[in-house]
Design a protein around this ligand. Structure first.
Ligand SMILES: [Zn+2]
Length: 468
């Protein structure tokens, strides 16, 4: 598989540190609010990366942290008259609710900053000892310019980074480039004991600590949104490589922004849609489809038109999947015919093409197209006109499921949601038809039609198709 590495700025063949194993880390959310659609992009894209690596046979250990101590969490707790812990607990719960809806699997480990304070204090102390960091009035800062490779991920020359750094006259830092590893406690804030007095960790240090604690000093893949490249990931590299004396990450992967009317969707611009509100309007599965329909590094524009388009695309896949289920249950008995065997065998070309495009830096846009081409062929071969065997329908369903599972597409299966009441109406209609009471049969069909349930009569029985 080839991965575009932000460090080298080119596609590189993926070679894991240890054969058959992948250690990957993704920067998780700061839990003070519901996530928005822009936040959902890395979550979904890197869930697919993990699924695909597993599909290729790798054992993947995936760590994603929760930043559960931060200015914004403390601010929200003060506004709500609650504690930082209560706020972060609440939004960790909300985060998992959205992830379940989006079909995103939980990481192998979801460590929290506040559960790693001892290890954080240790790494900060180590960096001071090595001369890479210094204490000032209870804060601890990293000497960014002391790190030889500072700027290597963001590909910016040091003088440009320095020119961009905000100079604060009252600053106690040696250089405006220096960043906080530890912050002295202010009254009313959550604080922990340290050799520099009571305080709490800065943001960047937690990822360096959790990555090495749970995955080792050098890891295979570190991923996140493009906006994290500088300063967050640049600082993670400086901390980890100075503390551990070895390369921090072999492959850096960053996804592009989601924009609204050509401006980046963000909390600060207040042009965001929460995943929750988008899910209420279009469904969680449409959000997943919308994100996978483009390459993860491309910019992506959010609009109701494209969400509806994604929803319709998913609908076509669901209908095709339900059709396979119908014929797997109601098709002709016996073994596949020779022609069917040849057709089923030919479907492996879709597997091959799917892997080709996914191997090319996780091109989910083309992978979705491959699934659609597969569906077009299957729809023609497994249809009332073709009168397929159950065995053929099952063989087609297996290929279809294999590929759509890698993308994590949440497709409704035929039997799901067909409740007893609808089943009874379908039976009543069958009985009316048998009794040649066609007026009654049509009436029941129209009644169900009005509820979005379409009955298709086939030589193999009645197919129930749900309009969503
Ligand atoms: Zn991070």
């Amino acid at each position: 598989m080839k991965i575009f590495n932000s460090l080298s700025m080119r596609k590189e063949e993926f070679v894991p540190i240890e054969a058959g194993k992948v250690r990957m880390y993704a920067c998780g959310p700061t839990v003070y609010n519901l996530i928005h659609v822009g936040n959902a992009r890395p979550i979904i894209v890197f869930d697919v990366l993990r699924r695909y690596l597993e599909y290729l046979g790798y054992a993947v250990t995936f760590v994603q942290n929760f930043t559960d101590v931060d200015d914004r969490i403390i601010k929200r707790a003060n506004e709500e008259g609650s504690s930082a812990k209560a706020v972060s607990e609440k939004y960790i719960g909300e985060y998992f609710t959205d992830c379940r809806g989006l079909g995103v699997r939980a990481a192998t480990i979801h460590p929290r900053a506040t559960e790693n304070i001892g290890q954080i204090v240790e790494m900060v102390g180590d960096l001071i000892e090595k001369g890479c960091a210094y204490e000032a009035e209870g804060d601890v800062y990293y000497r960014a310019l002391r790190f030889q490779d500072y700027g290597k991920l963001s590909h910016q020359p040091l003088d440009e980074l320095q020119a961009g750094a905000r100079v604060n006259v009252a600053d106690i830092k040696e250089s405006p480039m220096d960043f906080a590893l530890w912050k002295a406690a202010k009254p009313g804030e959550p604080a922990w004991d340290s050799p520099w007095g009571k305080g709490r960790p800065g943001w960047h240090i937690e990822c360096s600590v959790m990555s090495s604690r749970y995955l080792g000093k050098t890891i295979d893949i570190h991923c996140g949104g493009q906006d994290l490249i500088f300063p967050h990931h640049e600082n993670e590299i400086a901390q980890s490589e100075a503390a551990n004396g070895c390369k921090f990450v072999n492959y850096w992967m960053h996804n592009g922004f989601i924009s609204v009317d050509s401006r980046k969707m963000s909390k600060s611009l207040n042009n965001f849609f929460t995943v929750r509100e988008a899910a209420e309007a279009y469904g969680y599965d449409a959000i997943r489809m919308f994100i996978l329909m483009s390459h993860y590094r491309s910019p992506l524009n959010y609009s109701s038109e494209i969400l509806i388009q994604a929803k319709n695309a998913l609908e076509r896949l669901s209908t095709a999947r339900a059709n396979l289920d119908f014929f797997a249950q109601n098709g002709a008995d016996g073994a596949m015919t020779a022609a069917e065997r040849a057709f089923a065998g030919s479907l492996s070309k879709y597997r091959t093409r799917f892997c080709e495009v996914m191997d090319d830096d996780l091109n989910t846009a083309d992978a979705v197209s491959v699934v659609f081409e597969l569906v077009r062929e299957i729809n023609a071969a497994v249809s009332p006109a073709a009168d397929p065997t159950k065995a053929l329908a099952a063989a087609c369903a297996a290929v279809f499921d294999e590929l759509s599972d890698v993308l994590g597409l949440p497709l409704k299966k035929a039997d799901e949601g067909i409740d007893a009441e609808i089943e009874a109406r379908v039976q009543a209609r069958q009985a009316a038809r048998k009794a040649k009471n066609f007026a009654e049969a049509d009436r029941i069909r129209d009644e169900l039609r009005a509820r979005g349930i379409i009955l298709e009569d086939t030589p193999r029985g009645v197919k129930i198709v749900r309009e969503r």
